[in-house]
Design a protein around this ligand. Structure first.
Ligand code: NAD
Length: 329
């Protein structure tokens, strides 16, 4: 059932729909209980909250939690971003109101790091296109010796991987890349590089040297459109770009043109400027692109870890302790 028509009378409201385990829900019910708003957007959420003084914590994966929403929950103490990204939460506004903001940092990092390689392997070995070829009887028709030329792929071994953003996800990507015997360059101005076999690099060097560039930065004013006409122009014509971070980190029309004109060789994208995209999106027409519907965090294990982290932080906030992944404005 979409939406709770009544003003909420529980301390915890889940803004949108995401996985919560029975165990975590049981823990939250001992703290006063929760309700699902299942809102389509922040306006619907604000309407549902309707000034309820019971609501003390909001948990949201994608729905914007802004001034309007906060205003409609006057007893709000905490906002939890279900996941690592918190670009949908107005952190400054929350700070002004004395509302704590936290995320679930690290809980879904392995899932995203593994998907990064899943997408990359599809792009390099055409696994998705090959699967379609077999299903559509193309193998039988080609009589194996005459498979289409595009089946010829490339190996990861020996390639240079450029990681932009070496946090929870980026550092796991680096660990996996070591197993593929790749050369690893990383750019992150905010972390001290301490991973073995990872070479610290400037953004310009990564873009000009990497065979594969992979993005693992948060969406922020400093990272928005960080892949733009100027930075794409620095990449090698044979380079591949992988984005499992946020769509707006890339200037999408610029990428589209670069892919069409083969100024870079291909891209694998889990995230887009505006989501969801439709099947007739111009990116979906290109053969040098692999697309997935923002599934980076969708592993069962990540779901369990996210659910545990949400329940723990709800308890901490309600009982007056500092939550483990507190974000400051
Ligand atoms: P994190 O905070 O652990 O790591 C982000 C890293 O980016 C940090 O080390 C930070 O120093 C670095 N950084 C910030 N600004 C930078 C800049 N201008 N240049 C280079 N590096 C910069 O976060 P994480 O858990 O690794 O997640 C990264 C992002 O991935 C999240 O913010 C989220 O947007 C996205 N994400 C996507 C999915 C998905 O489903 N596709 C799932 C989880 C996270």
């Amino acid at each position: 059932m979409r939406g709770n028509k009544e003003v909420f009378s529980v301390p915890v409201v889940f803004a949108d729909r995401f996985f919560m385990s029975e165990k975590s829900l049981a823990e939250i019910s001992l703290l006063g209980g929760c309700a699902w708003a299942d809102a389509r957007d922040h306006l619907e959420l604000a309407k549902q909250l309707g000034g309820s003084s019971s609501v003390r914590i909001l948990v949201s994966e994608y729905i914007a939690i802004n001034a309007l929403v906060m205003e409609r929950a006057p007893s709000l103490k905490g906002i939890i971003a279900y996941g690592a990204g918190y670009d949908h939460i107005d952190v400054k506004q929350a700070a002004q109101r004395g509302v704590l903001v936290c995320n679930c940092q690290g809980a879904n990092a392995q899932a995203v790091a593994e998907l990064t390689f899943g997408l990359l392997l599809c792009l390099m070995r055409k696994i998705h296109l090959s699967d379609r070829l077999v299903r559509e009887d193309g193998w039988k028709k080609a009589e194996s010796a005459n498979l289409p030329a595009w089946v010829m792929g490339e190996e990861l071994q020996g390639k240079t991987l450029g990681i932009i953003g070496l946090g929870q996800i980026g550092s796991r990507v680096a660990r996996i890349a070591r197993g593929f015997d790749m050369k690893i360059l990383a750019y992150d101005p905010f972390v001290q590089l301490s991973l073995s076999e990872v070479e610290s690099s400037s953004l310009e060097d990564i873009l000009s040297q990497a065979d594969i560039v992979t993005l693992h930065v948060p969406l922020a004013p400093t990272t928005e459109k960080m892949i733009n006409a100027q930075t794409v122009a620095m990449m090698k014509p044979k380079a591949l770009l992988v984005n499992t971070s946020r769509g707006k980190v890339i200037d999408e029309p610029v990428l589209l043109e670069a892919l069409k004109e083969k100024r870079i060789a291909g891209a694998a994208l889990d995230v887009f400027g505006v989501e969801p995209i439709s099947g007739d999106h111009p990116l979906a027409k290109l053969h040098n692109v692999v697309l997935s519907p923002h599934i980076g965090a969708l592993s069962q294990e990540a779901g369990e870890r996210l659910s545990d982290a949400v329940a723990r932080q709800i308890r901490d906030i309600l009982e007056g302790r500092k939550p483990e992944c507190l974000i400051s404005s």
